[in-house]
Design a protein around this ligand. Structure first.
Ligand SMILES: Nc1ncnc2c1ncn2[C@@H]1O[C@H](COP(=O)(O)OP(=O)(O)O)[C@@H](O)[C@H]1O
Ligand SMILES: [Mg+2]
Length: 232
């Protein structure tokens, strides 16, 4: 197995009919890294994240995750991969017919954790994200920022090896953004590889992590930390 958890090799992604959203992208990400993907709207951040859990496939090049090339992977392989990847989508995709607590606990359904423990663990994480008092509400009763945090809890509750978060604080005020990133850093310290797409400069500066800068579907910078990207 390669020493990189995630490896993109000359990846090109074309959306039909012929829009090239990613062009000849190559990057390696080690296990346990915490990394930001930034760039203006349309740069290709979401597309890059989608390639990392098999929601999209490259038209050229290769996306390899834990030794598995997604292009050649079977449906079953992709299903197994997704069990180890927690994803926070830009739209939250919560189940309207389920309470907040159920939405989060649902992510543990495939695990061996007993039902009572599933709810306990889910409630604890919701509380850490400031949502303890919303556990029995329905998603549509929550504000955008609250729904966003439910989506984050759902993505993290089964302690995935890889966390992909697409603009996870887009709807949050600075205090709540901080809470969310503290939780992401906790799970990163516990061993998860965390990849965050964000164009929130304040967050990027504050967390000062490795930063990939995308522009027009290309990586135009790969900085060991964000402040380096601001050097003249
Ligand atoms: N499903 C799609 N079909 C066609 N074009 C798309 C699709 N998804 C994204 N794009 C285009 O690809 C480019 C990159 O999009 P995206 O990865 O969402 O960028 P970002 O997340 O950085 O804003 C944009 O120009 C967008 O319009
Ligand atoms: Mg996006």
């Amino acid at each position: 197995m390669s020493r990189y958890l995630i490896s993109l090799r000359n990846v090109e992604k074309v959306y039909p009919p012929k829009y090239r959203a990613l062009k000849d992208l190559s990057v390696d990400i080690k296990q346990g890294e915490f990394i930001f993907v930034t760039g203006v709207s349309g740069a290709g951040k979401s597309t890059l994240l989608k390639l990392l859990f098999g929601a999209e496939y490259p038209n050229r090049g290769d996306v390899v995750i834990s030794g598995l090339s997604t292009a050649g992977a079977s449906r079953r392989d992709i299903r197994m991969l997704r069990r180890h990847v927690g994803v926070v989508f830009q739209d939250y995709r919560l189940l309207r017919t389920h309470t907040v607590l159920e939405n989060v606990a649902f992510a543990l359904e495939l695990s061996s954790v007993q039902k009572k423990a599933r709810y306990r663990v889910s409630f604890r994480l919701l509380s850490a994200l400031g949502l303890g008092d919303k556990a029995n509400s329905y998603p549509q009763e929550l504000s955008g920022g609250e729904q966003q945090r439910v989506a984050i809890a759902r993505a993290l509750v089964n302690r995935p090896a890889i966390v992909l978060a697409d603009e996870p604080t887009g709807n949050l005020d600075p205090d709540m953004s901080r809470v969310v990133f503290d939780v992401l850093e906790d799970i990163n310290r516990a061993g998860a590889t965390v990849i965050v797409a964000s164009h929130d400069i304040d967050i990027l500066r504050e967390r000062n992590r490795r930063t990939l800068l995308l522009k027009d579907g290309k990586i135009v910078g790969d900085f060991a930390n964000y402040l380096q990207s601001e050097q003249p």
